[in-house]
Design a protein around this ligand. Structure first.
Ligand SMILES: Cc1ncc(COP(=O)(O)O)c(C=O)c1O
Length: 397
């Protein structure tokens, strides 16, 4: 079997291009394994495979070369021993948590987590699986430590968070987890390995939605969990049984997207900083939330935890709901769509899009005000993005 290119240089630019690639019969790029199953030569090969003497693939749900290449490349970038790829970020989160918990176990989770992660932990797990949880305020490490019980197995946090880009002190999370002998899991989707590497700080599991910056082109869905091989083994077994497998075409797109990962992330970090500074200086903007701004409540912590601050900028229009709608309707370049992490600048109205099912009162309790805007800065010319936002803001009374 052709070998994978696994030599890590420790230089992310080089590893993003070369690590994990499976250069089959001289091909520069990794071929797409469009097959659901794999053929054995004879019963001797079946036996040797079963005994672990010969590497082979068996059946598509258990893996294929394109998926393995993607897993190896992502593991190299995140400084992980191992990576498991899933069909979506949510699949990586739910599968990992279910694999690590059993009935009677308890999870501590921060309140400022992705909405569907919180729904899963607080609403799905207790009645269906008897796994309970305590939701603690993001940034309250005493509350996090106090919430741990004898039956606690896992602390789950996210950093930066959506939509206010709050930053967790990863060192504190690790200290608490180690002190109390529980596992720690960080959803690092907003930062990516380019901006922070929680595993190197002692976190047990990193989760990422590959749909965002990892794929990086708004053209695939995927998710990953990364960490030490032995810790990932129960999740691997769970994955084999339950499925949730990423398809080969998406794996190929992921491999392709990752080759320009460092270039994209460097550019996105710098454009987002420019856009955030522009917005903060604009009279029609009430408040900007971006960890790269000194005005952000976690700016100092972000500087300690992160190399760059990512490409999501959240802000409040200095007006009311009508002004906010007028702003959105005037935009020409920024596209009104959920998600983030791709080349196209996307913009959302959290109150009307992610939180449209909640009442206004519920939304306000969560801090989702009518004038809130979430911008996913893309790879266009920064001036074009700024001009478009300025055009929209000119409609604010
Ligand atoms: C922080 C975070 N984690 C996980 C997910 C889920 O990822 P996916 O949409 O790939 O399932 C999202 C989606 O937006 C997210 O923002």
């Amino acid at each position: 079997m052709t070998r994978f290119t696994d030599q890590r240089t420790g230089h992310m630019d080089t590893d993003a291009v070369h690590c994990g690639e499976r250069r089959w019969r001289g091909s520069v790029t990794t071929p797409i394994a469009f097959t659901s199953t794999f053929v054995f030569k004879d019963m001797e090969e079946v036996r040797a495979y079963g005994q672990g003497e010969t590497p082979h693939y068996e059946y598509g749900r258990y893996g294929n070369p394109t998926r393995e290449a993607g897993e190896r490349k992502l593991a190299a970038l995140e400084d992980a021993e191992r990576c498991l790829l899933f069909d979506t970020g949510m699949s990586a989160i739910t599968s990992s948590i279910m694999a690590l918990c059993k009935t009677g176990d308890h999870i501590v989770i921060t309140d400022d987590a992705y909405k569907q992660t919180l729904v899963f932990v607080t609403k799905v797990l207790p009645p269906k699986f008897g796994v309970t949880s305590t939701v603690v305020p993001m940034g309250d490490y005493q509350a996090m430590a106090d919430a741990i019980r004898p039956e606690t197995v896992l602390i789950v946090s996210e950093t930066p968070t959506n939509p206010y880009l709050n930053i967790a002190d990863i060192d504190e999370v690790v200290r608490i987890a180690r002190d109390r002998r529980v596992l720690s899991m960080i959803d690092s989707t907003f930062a990516t390995a380019y901006n922070q590497k929680p595993l190197t700080q002692g976190v047990d599991f990193v989760i990422t939605s590959a749909t965002k910056y990892i794929g990086g082109h708004n053209d695939l869905l995927g998710g990953a969990v990364l960490g030490k091989s032995d810790l990932l083994e129960p999740i691997h077994q769970w994955h084999r049984t339950t499925g949730g497998v990423i398809d080969s075409m998406s794996c190929y797109l992921l491999l392709r997207g990752l080759k320009t990962f460092t270039l994209r992330m460097a550019r996105l970090n710098s454009t987002a900083q420019m856009v955030a500074e522009f917005l903060e200086s604009h009279a029609k903007v009430r408040k900007v939330y971006y960890p790269g701004l000194p005005s952000h409540r976690h700016h100092e912590l972000a500087k300690r935890m992160m190399k760059g601050f990512g490409a999501v900028v959240t802000f409040e229009i200095n007006g009311d709901l009508r002004d906010t709608m007028a702003f959105f309707n005037e935009l020409r370049l920024c596209m009104l769509a959920p998600s983030f992490g791709g080349p196209e600048t996307l913009i959302t109205h959290p109150a009307g899009m992610s939180y449209y099912k909640e009442t206004r009162e519920e939304r306000y309790r969560l801090g989702i005000v009518d004038e809130l805007v979430r911008l996913s800065v893309g790879l266009e010319d920064p001036q074009d993005i700024i001009e478009d936002l300025d055009r929209g803001l000119s409609k604010v009374r």
